[in-house]
Design a protein around this ligand. Structure first.
Ligand code: KIV
Ligand code: ZN
Length: 516
């Protein structure tokens, strides 16, 4: 069976989702999980777009050993040079250059003739090939490009040295028939097409991204691109986990294999959702909370008699455990350490101690600690902002009732090490808490989004708060978890504010390195 390459762009196209703002530690965590998941190529960012992106890509390039690391570049020498600096230490560096080919984009955005576009594409591919062993070229807005022009430019860029040709449905406009036909036409009409990998990249504006991806596979695509949970620009990209499972379950229709480790899907999805603050809808295919829940009596009866009556995907296939109750009050450090290793974390002794303390604290008030709870605690510790002077929550109290004015009292330690305390009111308990925190923090804060979810089920479930805010006009997101919703909310607030200090420290470090 032919193998399809899996190209993940969660950290580039996915990170372009409105409001998503990952820091370097978080990007690295996702990259490590993508490596465990078995993707062939991961697009780590767009190095020329910002210093932060450059550093994020370089970190990932230095760390990842079992996947090719790539980055996005405009068809410009300066972008290519910057990308090389970010990627040159990767085990398998590759570059992804894009240039629009549709009449709309060439005329209005690029203001170039088709001949000029061909020339730029050829020049930049051959320039990039002097540095990179592999160069992917994307015909941006390919699905609205004249097919004969597409055939012409693809032939030229392959001659110039492109090793992968990607045909994106940039605006999510195509139907499966049209998108499949474009791949068939290109396969049949580009004389040198067999020299390259042919890739599909779909957006979900009309809800057809996965269907379009599958149509491309059946018409000659040998690589497919997507993001975890389908996050991305506007309505998002093709959900990688959805097309991966479709290839597996409907192998009779799509006789292809991949290198993916499918039972890492749930964990990858959870991590991306947690770190981006983008919740997965309960009814989302493959990874939604209800994807394996059978509600109707008739369905439940069928499932009990024979699971295949109503279940086409087993939860185990994608790493959903039906009974993930793990450790409790009496579990010792040894069992805890074993468990976190099983969950794939490599913690220093110091971090194990910190995590064990947090776990013990949780068992005081929660009888059953599940994998999901542990995953939340461990991810928080793994991505904690450390070695930075920051705001720390010392204590808080909120008075709330149906007949009084909600009032919060908070004590904080400032980044300068000073203890401050005050009380404020609000229209609700969270507002009172946030007003108080805001009044103790020197930075200019504007809250733009807040949401609360529970980890798992039950009255004693952990609460997780996600917020977005601007701090001194920089957009940041934050998250915090605790058994109490107000404590989770306070932690999320401070986590967002402290990111500004973390980013500042990173910038200073980068400047120092640049001067050396
Ligand atoms: O959707 C798109 O066209 C892209 C390109 C940059 C490949 O993401
Ligand atoms: Zn895209």
């Amino acid at each position: 069976m032919q193998r399809i390459n899996i190209f993940d762009t969660t950290l580039r196209d996915g990170e372009q989702s409105p409001g998503v703002n990952l820091n370097q530690l978080e990007k690295l965590e996702i990259a490590k999980q993508l490596e465990r998941f078995g993707v062939d190529i991961m697009e780590a960012g767009f190095p020329a777009s910002s210093q932060g992106d450059f550093e994020g890509v370089r970190n990932i390039a230095r760390t990842i050993k079992n996947a090719s690391v790539t980055a996005l570049s405009r068809a410009k020498k300066s972008d290519i040079d910057i990308s090389w600096e970010a990627l040159k230490e990767a085990q398998e560096p590759s570059l992804h250059i894009f240039l629009a080919t549709s009449p709309i984009h060439m005329t209005y955005k690029l203001k170039k003739t088709p001949e000029q576009v061909v020339q730029i594409a050829e020049d930049m591919i051959s320039y990039a090939r002097k540095k990179f062993p592999n160069v992917e070229w994307s015909a941006e807005d390919a699905s609205r490009t004249d097919l004969d022009f597409l055939v012409h430019i693809i032939e030229k860029v392959i001659d110039a040295g492109a090793t992968v040709i990607n045909l994106p449905d940039t605006v999510g406009y195509s139907t499966p028939e049209e998108y499949g036909y474009m791949f068939k036409y290109v396969r049949e009409n580009v004389p040198n097409i067999d020299k390259v990998v042919l890739s599909a990249h779909c957006h979900d504006d009309l809800g057809m991204a996965v269907a379009n991806t599958m149509a491309a596979i059946n018409n000659g695509a040998t690589q497919v691109e997507g993001t975890i949970n389908g996050i991305g620009e506007r309505a998002g990209n093709a959900s990688l986990e959805e097309f991966a499972v479709a290839l597996n379950i409907r192998n009779n229709v799509y006789p292809f294999t991949t290198n993916l480790v499918l039972n890492e899907i749930k964990r990858t999805s959870d991590l991306v959702s947690k770190l981006t603050g983008m919740p997965v809808p309960a009814n989302k295919a493959v990874v939604g909370r209800n994807a394996f829940a059978h509600e109707s009596g008739i369905h439940q009866d069928g499932i009990l008699k024979n699971a295949s009556t109503y279940e086409i995907i087993t939860p185990e296939l994608v790493g959903v455990q039906s009974n993930n109750l793990v450790l409790g009050k009496h579990s010792g450090r040894h069992a805890f350490k074993d468990k976190i290793e099983q969950l794939g974390y490599q913690f220093s002794d110091e971090k194990v101690t910190e995590a064990f303390k947090a776990f013990k604290l949780l068992t005081d008030s929660k009888k059953e600690v599940t994998d999901d709870d542990l995953f939340t605690i461990l991810t928080e510790i793994q991505t904690d902002i450390q070695n930075v002077k920051k705001y720390e929550l010392l204590s808080f109290q909120v008075q709330y009732g149906s007949s009084n004015i909600p009032t919060a009292t908070v004590a904080l330690k400032t980044p300068e090490g000073i203890q401050v305390e005050t009380a404020c009111t609000g229209k609700g308990s969270v507002e009172a808490l946030y007003n108080t925190l805001e009044s103790l923090i020197k930075e200019k804060i504007h809250l733009t989004d807040y949401h609360l979810s529970s980890i798992g089920q039950g009255r004693d479930a952990l609460a997780q708060a996600h917020i977005k805010m601007t701090v001194n006009d920089t957009t940041v997101s934050g998250r915090g978890s605790a058994q109490d919703v107000l404590e989770a909310s306070a932690k999320a607030f401070l986590n967002a504010v402290n990111r500004v200090f973390f980013n500042k420290k990173l910038e200073e470090k980068e400047k120092e390195t640049a001067q050396l």
